[in-house]
Design a protein around this ligand. Structure first.
Ligand code: UD1
Ligand code: CA
Length: 455
């Protein structure tokens, strides 16, 4: 815990090079807006306040974060990073320290931020050594290696441009000093902007302790300026996540071909084939095997289950030792007990299935309670919707539903009942009996097929 820590996140820029109407910080990395990544990092430091400086697309940005208790400060015109931080001055805690983060640097590390915030210096920043430092602010050091100033690329001489150590933009400063430096900034530079980076030379002139720590992990301080930057950081994020899963003992057919857009919690001996996408919070218990190209969102998959390829699961609970798919679609509210089998082209919605039941082929079962050891034949449809209202279907234990049956809800099929194939069941079917609701088979002896009329 760092005393009286304020975190200011700069997020007012338009992001011209994204070529999008959406503000840059709302573009998503691993399914989450860039700014959300930065806020999540900030929260790990337990600051007294997180202040977000917004500008371009202001309302869109703010309304995407109503779930966060951050302070919003508007920068009406984007006159530079120094001007942006100055907008937050009225919100800064007296006697506190401010850490400045950038809303478009999503992989920022909480650990590195903590170390920076705790640094025993009144002004400290993170720098990085770049193979190609073009465009960045260069860190000028004296012969004793002490930081002297930051020179923005456009203001730098050729000699200064040769410096490869650059400013990441992540800076911490003592609040009282910061406020004083900000009040002295001018826009007398190549870009006619109020550069936050000018505070470094001011601090040196004031005889204040200044330091820059070189970050080794370049991706963690990389900003997103274009879709290509975004795609690159997405891959970094995903390959780090995949490695984390491998380190936990998960078998990944190819660590380059898995995408986790949220949180994937895994048990032991989990196998995941290529091309799977996990969204939201997904819990995968021991011994689960997931086939290729499954999309699984907000779900729990019980121990020993096998999810065959091309299965979609959204907001559902899969039971122990289930066999699901291929090509199954389990929609919100689906809850399967152990040993259920859900086969190809079966769609389930808001349906609870008890132990040992099977729906193996080509069916739609919605708003339904299915008992134990039920077999639902191919092509069964629960007609749960009359165009206005939804109704439930109840299928009790040990029922056998013949293929191509329509169950017109609300309707109950009693325990142990059998429904003849091709039935349209509109009334409750009694327990233990065979119910058939279809035209009786007849033969029209001598019937002839129509012939083409002569014109
Ligand atoms: C800035 C730094 C540079 C550093 C680089 C790292 C300055 C003057 N320069 O340069 O030393 O190497 O970041 O990426 O600080 N922003 C606002 N309001 C503004 C201007 C910017 O909120 O008026 C925000 C942007 O949305 C962005 C961040 O500040 O998140 C950095 O702005 P950007 O324009 O990318 O700064 P650079 O010129 O790249
Ligand atoms: Ca930038």
């Amino acid at each position: 815990m760092i005393n009286n820590l304020n975190i200011v996140i700069l997020a007012a820029g338009k992001g011209t090079r994204m070529y999008s109407t959406k503000p840059k910080v709302l573009h998503e990395l691993a399914g989450k807006p860039l700014l959300q990544h930065v806020i999540d990092c900030a929260k790990q430091l337990n600051p007294v306040k997180i202040i977000v400086v917004y500008g371009y697309g202001g309302d869109a940005v703010k309304s995407s974060f109503t779930h966060e208790s951050v302070v919003w400060v508007e920068q009406k015109e984007q006159l530079g990073t120094g001007h942006a931080v100055a907008q937050a001055i009225p919100e800064l805690t007296v006697g506190g320290t401010t850490l400045i983060l950038l809303g478009d640097v999503p992989l920022v590390s909480a650990q590195a931020c903590k170390t920076l915030a705790l640094a025993d210096m009144e002004l400290a920043l993170l720098s990085v050594v770049k193979q190609d430092p073009t465009g960045y602010g260069r860190i000028a050091r004296d012969l004793s290696n002490n930081v002297q100033s930051i020179i923005e690329h456009k203001d730098a001489s050729d000699a200064q441009r040769a410096i490869q150590e650059v400013n990441t933009g992540i800076i911490k400063a003592d609040n009282a000093k910061l406020i004083n430096w900000l009040s002295r900034l001018t826009d007398h530079n190549a870009q006619k902007e109020y550069y936050l980076t000018d505070i470094v030379a001011m601090a040196v002139a004031d005889g204040v302790s200044v330091g820059a720590t070189i970050v080794k992990d370049e991706a963690s301080v990389e900003g997103v300026n274009s879709k290509s930057d975004l795609a690159k950081l997405e891959r970094v994020y995903q390959s780090r996540y995949a490695n984390q899963l491998l380190n936990q003992g998960v078998t990944l057919a190819d660590p380059l071909r898995i995408d986790v857009r949220g949180e994937l919690l895994v048990g032991k001996d989990v196998n995941i084939d290529v091309g799977c996408i996990f969204e939201g919070k997904v819990v995968v218990e021991d011994g689960v095997s997931i086939g290729a190209y499954c999309v699984i969102k907000n779900a729990r998959i019980g121990a020993g289950a096998y999810i065959a390829p091309f299965t979609h699961i959204d907001d559902a609970e899969i039971g122990k030792d289930n066999r699901i798919g291929p090509y199954a679609r389990l929609r919100p509210g689906t809850k399967l007990a152990s040993d259920a089998h859900i086969g190809n082209f079966v769609e389930l919605k808001n349906t609870q299935v008890a132990q040992g039941s099977k729906i193996n082929h080509l069916s739609y079962v919605g708003d339904t309670t299915v008992g134990k050891n039920v077999n639902i034949g191919a092509g069964t449809i629960t007609c749960n919707y009359d165009g206005v209202n939804k109704f439930r279907t109840t299928i009790e234990d040990n029922v056998f539903i013949g293929s191509d049956t329509k169950l017109v809800a609300p309707v109950t099929v009693g325990e142990g009942a059998t429904i003849g194939a091709g039935s349209v069941i509109t009334k409750n079917a009694p327990a233990g009996e065979l119910t058939i609701a279809r035209i009786k088979q007849i033969t029209l002896v001598g019937w002839k097929r129509p012939v083409k009329l002569k014109s």
